[in-house]
Design a binder for this molecule. Structure first.
Ligand SMILES: Cc1cc2nc3c(=O)[nH]c(=O)nc-3n(C[C@H](O)[C@H](O)[C@H](O)COP(=O)(O)OP(=O)(O)OC[C@H]3O[C@@H](n4cnc5c(N)ncnc54)[C@H](O)[C@@H]3O)c2cc1C
Length: 189
């Protein structure tokens, strides 16, 4: 965006952390393994993903990042964090889902808790079968009522097309997103 905000919408950064399954246990995962999602949240819950270059990722969780590019648990930017915490939509979200949020935060620091969540899908995966992997940050749009927006949000102003929310599966949908934006641009020619 160009400094202009969509009224009532703010982007909240949620980090997703992964573990990796060690090679000797990768035979346990021959395909993508997902839980049944909770429709209240745009996050799927931890799952197992076979990577295109080999290897198995396990995760991600969904924890509030303390800065927009907060890829590690220790990344903090006070002014960005205050911006998040003081947003009325975030306050409403936190009041409603504080238990879920604390659970995710706890899993971020406790490997045992993370492993327990993964064992719901594969009981044979043990603590020592996993090593810490990477992390990504989802830019989640949140409205003033505290609802995380799980739809694509494209906002057009005078001469700019802003992609304000591109929730999962944005990579899978990237060609369609590009086509939509190109279509909108062509309408202006
Ligand atoms: C935890 C998590 C789980 C996800 N799961 C899914 C999923 O299951 N399915 C799905 O379809 N999508 C998923 N997504 C969304 C998907 O990852 C993103 O939509 C996609 O990666 C966006 O692609 P991009 O190329 O626009 O941006 P990015 O993948 O972020 O790539 C941007 C690149 O630009 C580089 N860059 C940034 N600034 C500069 C600069 N100034 N100079 C040079 N290089 C720069 C960055 O280093 C980066 O490599 C997930 C995202 C997260 C965070």
């Amino acid at each position: 965006m160009t400094g202009q905000k969509i009224p009532g919408i703010q982007i909240l950064p949620f980090r997703g952390e992964y573990y990796e399954l060690k090679p000797e246990k990768q035979y346990l995962v021959n395909n993508l393994i997902y839980p049944v999602p909770n429709p209240e949240f745009p996050f799927l819950g931890v799952h197992y993903t076979r990577m295109i270059e080999g290897g198995i990722e396990a995760g991600p969780n969904a924890v509030l990042a303390f800065r927009r590019e907060g890829y590690s648990r220790w990344d903090l930017d006070l002014s960005e964090l205050l911006e998040t915490l003081s947003y009325p939509g975030f306050m409403r979200l936190a009041a409603k889902h504080w238990r879920y949020g604390w659970g995710e935060m706890y899993r971020s620091f406790s490997k045992s808790a993370f492993v327990k969540a993964l064992q719901h899908l594969i009981p044979d995966v043990g603590y020592d079968d996993l090593q810490r992997g990477g992390a990504g940050v989802r830019a989640m749009a949140c409205d003033l009522e505290g609802k995380l927006i799980d739809e694509f949000l494209i906002f057009e102003d005078h001469n700019i097309i802003n992609v304000c929310s591109a929730p999962s599966p944005a990579a899978t949908a990237s060609l369609a997103i590009g086509k939509t934006i190109a279509g909108k641009a062509l309408e202006r020619v």
